[in-house]
Design a protein around this ligand. Structure first.
Ligand code: ASP
Ligand code: MG
Length: 422
C-alpha cells in the first residue's frame, strides 16, 4: 500500500461524464489498497471563461487590488471541479472529502496570480487518509498570511500536485493529461515523434522552459528540489485498464542518470515562437556596455534570454538579445528613452518574426560534436542561424520563424529521434 497523488488536467475533468471516469479510476486505485490524494484542475475552458468575464469589466486595469479579485475568481474553477469529483467518488461508493487550498492549508506568498507555495500542512489530509477517505486537494490555489486566496499561475495545478506529493512524501505523483506522455517533439509538427518512456528531470526542465506545455515549469522545479517521482500519463485510457499496466505507462521523469535511462544523446527538440530579437548597432565597445543595456532592462523586470555581442570594429560593436514577445514593445520604448541616448547611438533594430529551436539531452555532457551536427542539419536545409546559446545539456538557435517546422523536422531526423531507443 502506498500513498499516491493523482493530478487530473482540465480536459480530463471536462464534463460530468469525464469526472465520473476520473472517479472510477481513482476508486480502482483506492480499492487496490493505495491511499489516494487527488488534485484536479478546473473543467477545461473554465479558467479562461472566468478571466474573460473580469476582462469585460476591467479591460486594462491591472492593479494589486484587481489581481486579488482575479485570484478570488479564478480559484472558483478548481473549487467546483474538486467538489464535483468528491461527489462522483461518493456516488462510486467511496468515502471522499474535498478541501480548498485555505482549508488544508496550502500557504503561499501574496504574489496574486503567480503565488509561490511556502508550506503545506498535511495533518488534516493524513487524518482523512487514515480514516479511509480519498482526499481531494483543490489545485492551483492557496492562501497567504492574511487569509487571502491566491493562485499559482496558469497551469499551476501541476505545481499543487507535486507540492502535495513532496509534502506528504508520496510514493509517486501521477499527472493525468490529454497526451500520453512526453514526446521527442510536438507530434503535430513531426508525426514520427516518439513518446519517451523516461526523461531526466533536467531535460524536462529545459523542455518545460522552452515551451513544452506538458507540465508547468514550476512543478518540474519542485519535483527536482524534493525528488518527487513524477509520471505523465493519459487519462483517456479506459478507466478499468489493468492497474499495473497503467502504473507503467506514460513518461517517467527520472533522477538517476543511469537507471532506466534511454541512451540517446539528444532526447528531444523544443521550439517556441514566444521571443523577439532586439539589436543595438554601433555601440562603443568598452567596459559596462552590457550592464548599461541589460541592467536597464532587468530593472524594468523584463527577462532576457539569448544574448550575443559581436566582435568590435573601430571600437564599435553590435549587441543583440531576445525578450518575450509580450515585453517587446516595452523594451523598445525603454531603450529609446533611457539607454540609447547614453550610448550615443540610435541604431535600433527589432524582429518579432523569430523562433528558438533547441536540442536537449543530458548525453550532450559527455559527447562532442553535437552542436556542429545541429548546425550542419540546419545548413543543409539552407536555414540561417541568427543567434546561438548553449548550456550543458542544450543548444538553442534563433532562426527566422518561417523555417521553424522545417528546422524541427530536420533536427528530429538528424538525431534519429524517430528511431526506437537503443
Ligand atoms: N485552471 C488553471 C489554468 O487553466 C490551472 C491549471 O489548470 O493547472 O491555468
Ligand atoms: Mg496543465
Amino acid at each position: 500500500m502506498a500513498l499516491i497523488v493523482h493530478k487530473y488536467g482540465g480536459t480530463s475533468m471536462g464534463s460530468t461524464e469525464r469526472i465520473r471516469n476520473v472517479a472510477k479510476r481513482v476508486a480502482k486505485w483506492a480499492r487496490a489498497g493505495h491511499q489516494m490524494v487527488v488534485v484536479p484542475s478546473a473543467m477545461s475552458g473554465e479558467t479562461n471563461r472566468l478571466l474573460g468575464l473580469a476582462k469585460e469589466l476591467a479591460p486594462e486595469k491591472a492593479s494589486a487590488a484587481v489581481d486579488r479579485e482575479l485570484d478570488m475568481l479564478a480559484a472558483t474553477g478548481e473549487q467546483a471541479s474538486s467538489a464535483l469529483l468528491a461527489i462522483a467518488l461518493q456516488a462510486e461508493g467511496m468515502q471522499s472529502v474535498s478541501y480548498a487550498g485555505w482549508q488544508v492549508p496550502i500557504r503561499t506568498n501574496s504574489a496574486y496570480t503567480k503565488a509561490r507555495i511556502e508550506s503545506i500542512d498535511d495533518k488534516k489530509v493524513r487524518a482523512d487518509l487514515a480514516a479511509g477517505r480519498v482526499v481531494i486537494v483543490t489545485g492551483f490555489q492557496g492562501v497567504d498570511e492574511h487569509g487571502h486566496i491566491t493562485t499559482l499561475g496558469r497551469g499551476g495545478s501541476d505545481t499543487s500536485a507535486v507540492a502535495v506529493a513532496a509534502a506528504m512524501k508520496a510514493a509517486e505523483c501521477l499527472i493525468y493529461t490529454d497526451v500520453d506522455g512526453v514526446y521527442t517533439t510536438d507530434p503535430r509538427v513531426v508525426p514520427e515523434a516518439r513518446r519517451l518512456k523516461t526523461v531526466s528531470f533536467e531535460e524536462m526542465l529545459e523542455m518545460a522552459s522552452m515551451g513544452s506545455k506538458v507540465l508547468q515549469i514550476r512543478s518540474v522545479e519542485f519535483a527536482g528540489k524534493y525528488r518527487v517521482p513524477l509520471r505523465v500519463l493519459s487519462s483517456f485510457t479506459p478507466w478499468d485498464i489493468d492497474i499495473q499496466e497503467e502504473a507503467a505507462s506514460g513518461t517517467l521523469i527520472t533522477f538517476e542518470e543511469d537507471e532506466h535511462m534511454e541512451n540517446a544523446v539528444v532526447s528531444g527538440i523544443a521550439f517556441n515562437r514566444d521571443e523577439a530579437k532586439i539589436s543595438i548597432l554601433s555601440v562603443p565597445d568598452k567596459p559596462g556596455i552590457a550592464y548599461n543595456i541589460l541592467g536597464a532592462v532587468a530593472d524594468a523586470n523584463i527577462e532576457v534570454d539569448v544574448i550575443i555581442q559581436n566582435i568590435s570594429k573601430d571600437g564599435k560593436t553590435d549587441f543583440s538579445f531576445t525578450v518575450h514577445r509580450n515585453d517587446y514593445a516595452r523594451t523598445i520604448d525603454l531603450l529609446k528613452a533611457k539607454v540609447l541616448p547614453a550610448l550615443g547611438t540610435d541604431h535600433l533594430e527589432g524582429d518579432t518574426k523569430i523562433c528558438k529551436v533547441s536540442i536537449v539531452g543530458i548525453g550532450m555532457r559527455s559527447h562532442v560534436g553535437i552542436a556542429s551536427k545541429m548546425f550542419r542539419a540546419l545548413s543543409e536545409e539552407g536555414i540561417n542561424i541568427q543567434m546561438i546559446s548553449t548550456s550543458e545539456i542544450k543548444t538553442s538557435v534563433v532562426i527566422d520563424e518561417k523555417y521553424m517546422e522545417l528546422a524541427v523536422r530536420a533536427l528530429h531526423r538528424a538525431f534519429d529521434l524517430d528511431q526506437p531507443a537503443a
